[in-house]
Every structure is written in C-alpha cells, then in structure tokens.
Design a protein around this ligand. Sequence first.
Ligand code: NAI
Length: 330
Amino acid sequence: MRTITLINGDGIGPEISKSVTDIIAAAGLDINWDIQTAGSDVIESEGVPLPDRVLKSVRANKVALKAPVTTPIGKGFRSVNVQLRKELDLYANLRPCKNLPGVKTRFENVDLVVVRENTEDLYAGVEEQVDDNTAHSIKIITRSASERICRFAFDYAVKNNRHEVCAVTKANIMKLSDGLFLQAFRAVAGEYPQITTREILVDNLCMQLVQDPTRFDVLVLPNLYGDIVSDLTAGLIGGLGVAQGANIGKDCAVFEPVHGSAPDIKGLNKANPTALLLSAVEMLKYIDEVSVAEKIEKALFKTLSDGHKTVDIGGNLSTTEFTEKIIENL
Ligand code: NAI
C-alpha cells in the first residue's frame, strides 16, 4: 500500500481533507495516509509551526497532499506554506485553470496554466524595520531560479501540447530584478523553437485576463505576481473553491489548492472540497494511479453537471452532502 503524507491543515482544512480521503477510499484506492499536523496548533506542543517530522515525512514519501494552513497577517510566525516550499525546494507552483462542467462563469473555454516561481522574490522573507516609519522588503531574483522555472514552463508546454509560453513581469519598473527574470526567459526560450513566446507586463495581463482569458495559454511568473494572478484566474472559473494546484520539485511534490484556510466558513460544513479534490486527482496521476484519478474526476464532473454544488458556486449542498453525491457517482 502506498504511503502519502497528508497535511490536513487548519480552518476548513480538516473538513475538506476528510471529504477527499473519503472519496479516494470509496474509489477503491487504499492509501496509508501519514497525517502530519502543522501551523499554529502545533506551536504550543512542539515550539515551531513546521516541525522537522513534517519535512521528514514528505522527503520519505516523496508525495504529499496538503490542505491550507493559516498564516498570521502582519505579525507572528513565517508562513508554513512558504517555508515548506523553500525547505523542500518545491520550485514550481503549477496552477491550471480550466472551466469545469456545470460551473457557469462569465467566460467559456478558459484553459490556461499559471506557472509560479516558488522559492524567491519578495517571499524570501528578507525584511528589515529601518525605523518606526520605514520598512524594507528585499526582492530577490536569481538567474538560476528564473531559468529553472522558465525551463519547467516550456517543458510543461511541450509535454501537454501547449503552444505558447508568456513571461509576466514588471521589468519596465524593476529593471534589474524583473529584467533578470526576462533575460532568463529569453535564454531558455531559445531551446524550445516549437513554442511561441510572448512577454507582457503584469498590469496589462490582469486587464486582458478579465477581458478575455482565452488569449492566454501558459503563463510563467515570479513568485508574487504568480500568487496574485492565480487568485484572479481562479475567479475566472468559479472561484477559490475550485482552483487546484501543485508544488513540484526535483525530489518531491506537494499537491494543494490555491485557496487558504477560509476562517470565515470554518466548521460550518460549507467549504467546497473541489479544489483539494482536483489537486488530489493530479497527485494520483503523478503517482501513476491514472484510472482511479479519472474515475474520481468523472464522478466529480457528473455531480457538478447534474447541478449538485456547494454554496460558493451557486448550489445549496453542504460539504458532506456534496461529498456523498460524488461517492454515489463513482
Ligand atoms: P482564503 O483563500 O482562505 O479565502 C478567501 C475567500 O474564499 C473566503 O471568503 C473563503 O470563504 C473563500 N474560500 C476559500 N476556499 C474556499 C472553499 N474551498 N470553499 C468555499 N469558499 C472558499 O483567503 P484568506 O481569507 O485571504 O486567507 C485565510 C488564511 O489562509 C490566511 O492565514 C492565509 O495566509 C492562508 N492561506 C494559506 C494558503 C495555503 O495554505 N496554501 C494559501 C492562501 C492563504
């Protein structure tokens, strides 16, 4: 039996994790879930939000499914999510964004992929308080990390029959840091003559995405723009409740939705498990459990097409009722 790390998170994390593990079990796949807690809940007992045992577990199992973990805003400990990505060198954050059957949105035929650099930029956490009225955050961009993420984006495009990779920066203003990212993009692009390239400034990208997202295919972005743009693209297909993601490195991969811990609906049985479920479907494909992955995906799509939905996407089902419908449809 395959052992996979499960970080079941906090906020709505435990509710959607239960939904997803129940669906996978009902689909007939036995997984030994190595459950690892992290975040503020473990600080009291273990002194840190991301204990070594979590990293050890992911390193040993190579694959993890992760529900969201809350990060205190403006104070407190460093994000467990950012730390996990950094410690495990999960350098590519892959966030595909495609319309789902039965989920009506403003646009049809949205099918784009956000490839976000996951280890540096303003997320490096290099900040200083100069005095009471001034604070600095340092934006770190390196050629090696930029080339690595651009190569990932082009390889993804080739493997998945995509035609274009578009680099997103603000290199008109951050001429050195975003300029370096762009140089890396151009150097790597030369190795993939079969893929069309495009370059766009992030503000123009946002405007064009909300006008017509079908203009875009694969986007590659430094960390901060990738974080913001992928919430925007989630909004194009029905919101955070349906937006899947994966953090991929050379040695391991952590599959997690785009959304956070949604404290506003914690414990209300209202959370949409679709984003975590689709992340799990990708995880199952990654570990070569393709038939189970497809079976789950089909059951989910049928459930949504039949109009059985959670509140965030216009339905009236609770998390548990929606989960039961998917299980019936397996
Ligand atoms: P959020 O993504 O948790 O929630 C934003 C809005 O979307 C809320 O109204 C929420 O109810 C709704 N939403 C999110 N997921 C949903 C779902 N599955 N079903 C139905 N509605 C859903 O963003 P927010 O409120 O800015 O962040 C909350 C916490 O989550 C923060 O501490 C933040 O740092 C953390 N966070 C963690 C992430 C992770 O673990 N990878 C990613 C993003 C944020």
